[in-house]
Unconditional design. Structure first.
Length: 493
């Protein structure tokens, strides 16, 4: 059945996973109407991402969701923080590894109002859904895109309500493709991908097993096991009842996605080291390849998230990279729609985000080596280890328009403005809280005040709270200097 009504909307988002939901929230922040379509009614059955970087929490802070995400994280992990790593013949025999890098993950070299937060994606997505719906977002679960066609002024799309089989026509100024690694939109556009080939293959098995007592004093984030029956890696979801096991296999001789449940259960029990009752929830094969789309834009269509880049889960780069994609594009769409910027601004989305995906993809692939992942040098991993970039640098020190990262964060053009605690309008806030609407001029106490636009000067508009923090120590600039800051908190180039 086909509806005769044609709905018009500025942005159509296809895909309601973590990246599509985030894109909708960021558009909502900039008052850009949207329609989001997602085939599933329930979201992903797999936990997928388990950790959200401090920078990602800063982005969620900008839409008022930092506290909600940190609260739900604490229901899964103690204080919302990762544990360490273990290795052995089985989970229950595994020994703890002395990993200083876990502490480094939670103690970034660059200050932030947020922290790396350990939380399964399955808990974060409902927070985003609820916020969107509470704020009046047009989010349609159980809907799918059937076909689309681009015109000079936008995209015409035929969509369907799966339950009623009713088809509708939508006209959008722009289409966001957040439809996953097997993106049908990317395929229809003929956009190819390049990258690094897989060096390992796994079956991701999501399961329930009550190991609360057994791991009470043996909690971990990751646990590598090798024995005569099975090899693989446990990822803890809550260190109690929910787990993910990445079962290593050889695709030339094995097809584990076809193994019967009882065989898979026995393998899990061998990996655990005890005949614990196991409930299988979901299984999915994957490999460690890296793929980045050759183009992020085709006229009015933009790729983001898994549709634009795929990378191994180690380090949590893929979801965090995709969320940052959405944040980068949302304000640019808003400014072009409002006539505040020329359409050419949208070309900077690919220029800025694609190099980051290449960098993060390589770093995720290097971390397929378990020892290198946790900063342990061995005779066999020097080729991986020596190419690793510190997590803190990858999270905070991205630079657009030049080298992909900088060694120190001092308000260089193309970098995120440094965080410092300030007093502003009688409240304790972060410098990052000053940004988000339009461009902002931020200056020292003696900086000239522009005739138009939003300006904040040290002293007259805000003051630094922490001892020793000054405009010069934060930026390296004199008190009469000022900076233009983009809506996404990036120092304008």
């Amino acid at each position: 059945m086909t509806s005769q009504r044609i709905d018009t909307v500025p942005v159509l988002i296809v895909g309601g996973g973590i990246v599509g939901l985030s894109a909708a929230l960021f558009l909502q922040r900039h008052r850009v109407p949207f329609i989001l379509l997602e085939r599933s009614q329930t979201g992903s059955p797999l936990p997928r991402a388990r950790g959200f970087s401090a920078r990602t929490l800063e982005l969620y802070r900008s839409v008022g969701l930092q506290d909600a995400i940190e609260a739900v994280a604490k229901t899964a992990w103690k204080q919302g923080k990762f544990g360490g790593a273990r290795r052995g013949r089985s989970m229950l025999e595994a020994e703890s590894l002395p990993l200083a890098d876990i502490a480094k993950l939670h103690a970034l070299a660059d200050p932030s109002p947020c922290e790396l937060t350990a939380c399964p994606q399955t808990l974060v997505e409902p927070v985003l859904r609820q916020a969107l719906q509470a704020r009046g977002g047009d989010v349609r679960f159980g809907w799918e895109l059937l076909r689309f066609e681009q015109q000079a002024d936008g995209v015409s799309a035929t969509v369907r309500d799966i339950a009623s089989h009713t088809e509708h026509t939508l006209h959008a100024d722009y289409l966001f493709a957040a439809d996953g690694g097997r993106s049908d939109i990317r395929r229809r556009l003929g956009i190819e991908r390049q990258g690094i080939d897989a060096n390992r293959h796994y079956l991701n098995v999501f399961f329930e097993a009550d190991l609360t007592r057994q791991v009470a004093d043996r909690t971990f984030s990751q646990c590598e096991v090798h024995n005569e029956v099975v090899s693989g890696l446990f990822l803890a979801m809550n260190n109690a009842t929910r787990w993910s096991f990445h079962l290593a296999y050889d695709p030339a001789t094995q097809q584990p996605e076809q193994w019967p449940d009882d065989h898979l259960t026995r393998l899990l029990q061998a990996a655990i080291g005890a005949d614990i009752p196991v409930t299988l929830l979901h299984r999915s094969p994957w490999n460690t390849r890296v793929r980045v789309a050759d183009r992020y834009r085709d006229q009015r269509v933009f790729l983001m998230g898994d549709a634009a880049h795929l990378m191994p889960p180690w380090g949590g780069f893929n979801a965090n990279t995709g969320i940052a994609d959405a944040h980068n594009l949302a304000w640019k769409i808003a400014h072009v729609r409002q006539g505040l910027a020329a359409p050419a601004l949208l070309d900077t989305y690919e220029r800025e985000r694609r190099p980051v995906a290449h960098r993060n993809g390589e770093q995720a692939w290097l971390r397929t080596d378990f020892d290198a992942r946790f900063q342990i040098r061995t005779d066999g991993n020097a080729g991986f280890f020596d190419r690793l970039v510190d997590y803190g640098e990858l999270q905070m020190r991205t630079r657009y328009g030049a080298d992909v990262t900088v060694p120190t964060l001092r308000a260089q053009p193309g970098t995120r403005f440094p965080h410092a605690w300030i007093e502003h309008m009688g409240q304790r806030r972060s410098t990052l809280d000053l940004f988000g609407e339009g461009y902002v001029t931020l200056g020292g106490a003696q900086a000239p005040r522009p005739a138009t636009g939003t300006t904040y000067r040290v002293g007259s508009d805000f003051r630094f709270i922490d001892d020793g923090v000054t405009w010069q120590s934060l930026t390296g600039l004199a008190d009469d200097a000022a900076l233009s800051i983009r809506p996404d908190g990036i120092v304008n180039v």
